[in-house]
Design a binder for this molecule. Structure first.
Ligand code: AMP
Ligand code: ZN
Length: 141
């Protein structure tokens, strides 16, 4: 059994209680599109259990989330041909963490000079565009 938190948005996505543009799922992890994407293709690799951050998650489970992030990055590389891909994982409000359930941002970069800042802010994405890119990525999974 995974630890859960009834008030956590990612636990609700894991449980299927709220919708997501799901890319991948296995016994320990899930991946879906970020709904406030900083770039086209911005996705999240998420542990299924409610581990708030890097300090709380067991190392073997962390390895599984990392493997899921790698899987998503491979699909982004194949489907979107980005100029690069960053993984970003925040721990604590001071690091810009807003959802306290461990996840990696898998961030395709669109140009050499997009000048992306680590704390990029949350701007609601265009759902039709996210859906379109989701379908493209699914074909590359
Ligand atoms: P962080 O700020 O690093 O904790 O990242 C949390 C991320 O979760 C943000 O990029 C949000 O846009 C994203 N997010 C929050 N709620 C949802 C949701 N319901 N579906 C997809 N992404 C979400
Ligand atoms: Zn949670």
């Amino acid at each position: 059994m995974h630890p859960t938190d009834a008030n956590c948005v990612f636990c609700k996505i894991v449980a299927g209680q709220i919708p997501s543009f799901r890319l991948y799922e296995d016994d320990d992890t899930i991946a879906f599109m970020d709904i406030n994407p900083v770039n086209d293709g911005h996705a999240l690799a998420v542990v299924k259990g409610h581990y708030p951050n890097l300090h709380a998650i067991p190392a073997d489970v962390l390895g599984k989330v990392a493997a899921t992030a790698q899987r998503i990055a491979r699909a982004q590389q194949a489907a979107l041909n980005p100029s690069g891909i960053n993984l970003l994982q925040a721990n604590g409000p001071g690091a810009g963490q807003t959802v306290f359930h461990l996840h990696f941002h898998v961030l395709p970069r669109t140009a050499q000079d997009d000048d992306l800042k680590v704390n990029w802010g949350h701007n609601p994405g265009d759902m039709a565009r996210i859906k379109q890119i989701h379908e493209k990525l699914l074909k590359a999974m």
